[in-house]
Design a protein around this ligand. Structure first.
Ligand code: XMP
Length: 536
């Protein structure tokens, strides 16, 4: 396995993903782990990430000394290269010219790492790499023992290597896709330089994870809050594979789920997979608490608190339960480590609606803690969950509670559910031509089968205002539904999706004809920022 030390770069996670894509398990830890940790971790190689600091300023992050004494290969990237240079006796200076973005780097192909890897050859016969650079500082003197591995006019030492000690470093970022040979370089590093085999794959992972869960819980009972979302569903399927009837799932239905979602969850887990699921229909309880409340944050708080209450009441009935299982995934873990105390690999208790309290007195079981979202999805498919379920758009914990503007009423939720289902059905049924996909631009690079796959999140929003319409010979005075569809990679920023007008027209017609109570449909063309994805 590969140890990645994080110096705070925005793209550190990508290093781990790239290494895992190469079939080698890797984990990210903060840069200031102890020397003991580094020695005991058992890494076959270490990668030092980039970061926002400058090694020239005194009190900035340094690489644990043990990394250089392990006797395993080390790859420094950007800040990781600068810290490596500085700590091993080289020199770093503040570059007069900052470099951001695309660059062409001359590759000195005599190193084991870059040998025969290049994008094109110059007339003079130099191998060149198309890379992504982002730095202010640069190394201006290599430490003893190093030779030049890559250079640009702006950055004469853009790569360096000490092949005896197997220390390598780049000023550019091999982990981003803009670096065309990035995959080849990182693959070469982990396979050939570090000697790791490609043994990180789903079937092996399942057997290992199953073993680990059995060992962890023994004959104890486990409870899990099933939400219908991807993470909790995959966690449930995995734990059930491991311990069968020792697992009980609690599915809290707050009445604000999508159309037929409760039935779908119960059918899939209860009937198909034979998982013990307690379906708690708490609709009335939630509606009672939400009556008269219009403020979005107040609604969120109420739904969160109510969820905890209902879940806790159910958990209390399961006297044998010693464990609480959660679908925490790796980005949650890294994110919280980054935000928490420096150096601490802390746990964020994953919650969708509200945090489950510690007073439950249960031990935490988090079998997906090591996995990225796409790995969770692959695991779900490998465990037999339907593709359609595993590749569903995200759905907020408070559900339709934040998609009904203002006061939440069951009447509104019922109208919204039906409108939303029509929208989603049409998105799934409309193939996306390749040309449209290419024109849609940022937010995706894969080839999608239909518009549902080609959007990151799509849903309907209920607007509790009435407008006048005409149907047949009669005047109508009914509610409005807004359609929202966005494309995004990280949900922090998003573009509105350029859905075909024909598709929008069909959805509008169907909603107005089939959902009595709605006579107008509008399409939201706001980006995030300045709008958000949800309307509340
Ligand atoms: P916004 O609306 O902030 O949404 O652009 C970004 C992403 O977060 C989801 N979201 C939530 N998820 N509880 C959740 O579990 C919430 O209260 C919540 N609010 C927004 C939203 O669906 C989108 O994917």
């Amino acid at each position: 396995k590969i140890l990645i030390l994080d110096f705070g770069s925005q793209v550190t996670q990508l290093i781990a993903r790239r290494v895992r894509d190469a079939g080698v398990f890797s984990e990210v830890f903060p840069y200031d782990v102890s020397d003991e940790f580094v020695k005991e971790y058992g890494a076959a190689g270490v990668i030092l990430s980039g970061g926002p600091n400058s090694v020239i300023e005194g009190d900035t992050p340094r690489v644990p000394q043990a990394v250089f004494e392990l006797g395993v290969p080390v790859l420094g990237i950007c800040y990781g290269m600068q810290a490596m240079a500085e700590q091993l006796g080289g020199k770093v200076e503040n570059g007069l010219v900052r470099e951001f973005g695309y660059a062409e780097v001359r590759a000195h192909g005599h190193t084991a790492l870059l040998k025969e890897i290049s994008d094109f050859t110059t007339p003079e016969g130099y191998g060149m790499l198309k890379v992504w650079m982002s730095h202010g500082d640069k190394v201006n003197a290599m430490p003893p023992g190093f030779k030049l591995m890559a250079s640009t006019p702006n950055c004469p030492i853009a790569g360096m290597a000490d092949e005896d000690r197997r220390f390598y470093a780049f000023q550019f970022h091999p982990e981003v896709t803009h670096t065309v040979q990035g995959e080849a370089i990182l693959g070469r590093f982990v396979h050939e330089i570090c000697g790791c085999k490609s043994d990180w794959n789903m079937p092996d992972y399942i057997s290992e994870a199953v073993e680990k869960i059995r060992e962890q819980v023994g004959t104890d009972h486990v409870i899990l809050g099933l939400s219908g979302g991807v993470d909790s569903s995959v966690a449930a399927a995995l734990i059930h594979r491991a311990i069968g009837d020792q697992l009980t799932c609690v599915f809290v239905d707050h009445g604000l789920l999508r159309l037929d979602e409760g039935k779908m969850v119960m059918d899939m887990f209860g009937k198909n997979l034979g998982v013990k699921v307690i379906h708690v229909d708490a609709t009335e309880q939630f509606m009672g608490k939400l009556a008269g409340v219009t403020d979005p944050e107040a609604k969120r708080k109420i739904i969160g608190a109510e969820f905890v209450e209902v879940f806790q009441a159910e958990a209390g009935k399961l006297k044998d339960a010693k464990w609480l299982a959660q679908g925490t995934i790796y980005p949650d873990v890294i994110e919280s480590a980054g935000k928490g105390k420096k150096g601490a690999h802390t746990i964020k208790s994953h919650h969708n609606v509200g945090g489950l309290p510690e007073t439950l007195n249960l031990k935490l079981l988090e079998p997906l803690r090591e996995l990225f979202k796409d790995e969770v999805r692959k695991l779900g498919v490998a465990l037999g969950l339907p593709h359609e379920m595993v590749y569903r758009h995200p759905f907020p914990g408070p559900g339709l509670g934040v998609r009904i503007l203002g006061e939440v009423k069951m009447e509104y939720a019922d109208l919204l559910r039906r409108a939303d289902a029509i929208f989603i059905e049409e998105l799934r049924n409309t193939p996306i031509p390749l040309a449209a996909e290419l024109a849609a631009g940022e937010g995706h690079g894969a080839f999608h089968k239909n518009w549902y796959d080609a959007t990151s999140q799509a849903f309907a929003v209920f607007l509790p205002v009435k407008s006048v319409g005409v149907m047949g010979d009669g005047r109508t005075y009914e509610y409005v539904v807004a359609l929202r569809a966005v494309q995004t990679l990280d949900f922090m920023t998003a573009h509105w999706a350029h859905l075909p007008h024909d598709l929008l027209g069909k959805v509008s017609n169907r909603i107005i004809n089939e959902v009595r109570g709605i006579n107008r449909v509008v399409y939201d063309i706001s980006g995030k920022p300045p709008a958000t994805i949800e309307w509340e």
